[in-house]
Every structure is written in C-alpha cells, then in structure tokens.
Design a protein around this ligand. Structure first.
Ligand code: SAM
Ligand code: SF4
Ligand code: SF4
Length: 337
C-alpha cells in the first residue's frame, strides 16, 4: 500500500468540480470578485473520472465531491454516475451549500449518490444572510428536506462555529438535527485560504462546543470513524442521534490524515493548507500513460510530509505564536473543503 513519510496511507480523495460559488461566506470567500479559473482549464468529467480511477487503483476507497459549490457544475449527475461505477470505491459523498439541492437531488440519487453533507451554520435567516452573504436560508432548508424525502442517508449538517457570530446557535442546530434525523457536525473555524481574516480569538474550540452541548444533551464519545475521520463522533445518551466535532485547530489529526485533494483545474494537493499543487491535468492533456500518471502520484505521496495543523498548534502554544497572514495558501474555494 502507498504510504507517505509518516506512514499515512492514501485512502481519501476530495475532488473540487468547480471553483465557482453562488455564496460568499465570510469564513471562506468574503470577496465578491475573484480570479476564476478559465473554463477550458477546468477538468472535464472524463478527465476527473480517469484520474479518480487511478487514485482508486492506488488505494483510495472514498471520494468526496466539493468545490466551490459542486451543484453549480452542470450535469454533475453524469460525473456521479461515472464515479459510482468505479470498482473498489466504497464511499461517494458530496458537500454542498444546499442552495440547488431541491432541484437536483432526484438526478443525483438516480445517478448513485447515497449520502450528502449540507453546510448550515445558523437557523436565523438574518444571521444566515450575514454569514453566507449571497445565500438564502429557505432554499437550503428546502434542499435538506427534499434530500431527506429522497432517502439520502446519512444527511450530515456541517456548521462552522465562529466566536461572537454563531456560537449561540449551537443548541438550536443540535435540536434541529435531532428532531429531523440529521447528523450535525460542528467544525472549528480554520484559517483556510488568505481572505477570511482568521485569528485564534475567533476560534470556538471543540472543548467549548462539547461543553455547551453536554450541559443540555449529554453525550458519550464514539470516536473517529475508521480511526482516521476528521470528525470525533459522540452519541446522545438518550439515544436520539449523533453529533460530531471537527477540531482541526485545537486537536489536529494530521497523524491520521489520509486525504489528497484534486482542484477543479486538475492540481493534486496533499494538504488543505498547501500553497501549491502538482499539475496532473498537464500530464493528462499531454498524453501521459496511466502508468506514468500513477508513478507521479505515487512519488508525490511517498514524499508527503504535510502536518500543517499540528505545526499551527505547536506555534500557537509557543512563544513565537501563529499568524495566519504569514502563510500563503490556496483558497478553499479553489481547493475544495
Ligand atoms: N460550497 C460547499 C459548501 O459550502 O458546503 C462545498 C465547499 S466548502 C469549501 C466545504 C466545507 O468547508 C463547508 O462545510 C464549509 O462550511 C467549510 N469551510 C469553509 N470555510 C471554512 C473555514 N474557514 N473553517 C472551517 N470550515 C470551513
Ligand atoms: Fe461558502 Fe461553500 Fe461557497 Fe465557500 S465554497 S463560499 S463555504 S458556499
Ligand atoms: Fe491533513 Fe493538512 Fe489537515 Fe493536517 S492540516 S489534517 S495534513 S489536510
């Protein structure tokens, strides 16, 4: 099995199918305008499926489609159909802001999508508009309930928690998810990209998030799915569902990180906080053979030393401290979450 310098296998692939987005969330892409990738530089579905097939040969068994907003990519169901027929792939998932879900879920389900993650940070419409700027809460809720009516399972709700912004929405989101059979996952606010003005003061740690939940709805730890998932999961002691927390900042999980990322323009990126990626599209479009591409991916993975979040925590706990602005990264909207 392919392993990196720290003995981490390559098991997951996150594919950004577009860098475009119809939201402008303050924590991800706060600018109205951005230098978008030229359409002809975006991987075609054939190219994505070909690369995905090679990653599966290398040991990847889980693929997540993301973006930008993946449902903005026209005919996405055609890609889902191609990927869901890859033998060796055990899990195919999609992360979406939910705005176009109601109209697309039927086609996605028929093409083979079984589960979905929807981002939702508050149930308060004004606050939603402040955080997600171009988004409309009603459309997202309609998307969530339509996905439920089509039997997608599990449906996970992702909420990024930012101090002073939506830390007072945690219990509302828990109650909403418990009532409707969704699994809620809280995500610590991260310094992704270069645009969100992250500081450690804006972080609400996993410990704080759990304390708020536990005081009202006691939970017991279940652990990380397969020992390597980003989320630490907890079950409610009253048996009514589960909650997860992704503590990338306060309790980083780099030591078990087995995920690679493929940007919409075909770059292979080995960490969410990378500054650059390797251009696999150039290989594809210059006629490289499958063996050659596999060899390039393998060589990159074998040399991988990424442990950005571990290093961030070490810096935060040291006298030198950590300044997000000192580190240039690929924007999350290009890279995929
Ligand atoms: N547009 C889709 C969406 O919003 O779900 C998919 C792409 S988005 C980049 C993927 C995930 O990253 C979302 O769940 C989003 O909440 C999360 N995310 C974006 N910026 C973040 C940040 N600064 N800290 C933590 N999570 C973040
Ligand atoms: Fe928001 Fe997702 Fe768009 Fe980023 S990619 S601005 S998180 S909707
Ligand atoms: Fe993986 Fe990089 Fe995140 Fe660490 S910081 S868990 S290496 S993506």
């Amino acid at each position: 099995m392919l392993r990196d310098i720290y003995n981490r296998p390559l098991k997951g692939l996150r594919i950004s199918v577009t860098d475009r987005c119809n939201f402008r969330c303050t924590y991800c892409m706060p600018f109205d305008e951005y230098e978008w990738v030229d359409k002809k530089e975006i991987l075609t579905f054939e190219e994505i499926a070909r690369l995905a097939g090679l990653f599966v040969q290398l040991g990847v068994d889980k693929i997540r489609l993301t973006g930008g907003e993946p449902l903005l990519r026209r005919d996405l169901e055609k890609l889902i159909r191609k990927l869901s027929s890859l033998s060796g792939l055990k899990d195919l998932c999609l992360t979406t802001n939910g705005s176009l879900l109601a109209e697309k879920v039927s086609a996605l389900k028929s093409a083979g999508l079984r589960r979905i993650n929807v981002s939702l940070d508050t149930l308060n419409p004004e606050k939603f508009a402040r955080i997600r700027r171009w988004g409309d809460l009603a459309k997202v809720l309609e998307g969530l309930f339509t996905a439920k009516s089509y039997g997608l399972d599990p449906i996970k709700v992702n909420a990024v928690i930012e101090r002073g912004v939506n830390d007072d929405d945690i219990l509302d989101l828990v109650e909403f998810s418990r009532k409707n059979g969704f699994t809620i996952r809280f995500i610590e606010y991260m310094d992704v990209g270069n645009s969100n003005n992250w500081t450690s003061e804006k972080l609400v740690s996993k410990k704080e998030i759990l304390a708020i939940i536990n005081a009202r709805y006691p939970v017991r730890e279940v652990g990380r799915n397969k020992g390597s998932a980003p989320s630490v999961d907890y079950e409610f002691i009253d048996g009514q569902g589960e909650v997860g927390v992704i503590a990338s900042v306060s309790e980083p999980f780099c030591s078990s990180c087995s995920r690679a990322r493929l940007t919409a323009e075909g770059k292979l990126v080995t960490c969410l906080f990378s500054a650059t990626g390797y251009d696999l599209k150039a290989l594809l479009r210059h006629g490289a053979t499958e063996e050659e591409i596999i060899e390039v991916i393998s060589a990159i993975w074998r040399k991988r030393t990424d442990r950005y979040s571990d290093e961030r925590l070490e810096a935060m706990n040291s006298a030198r401290g950590y300044r997000a602005k000192d580190h240039k990264k690929i924007e999350m909207i290009s890279l995929g979450g």
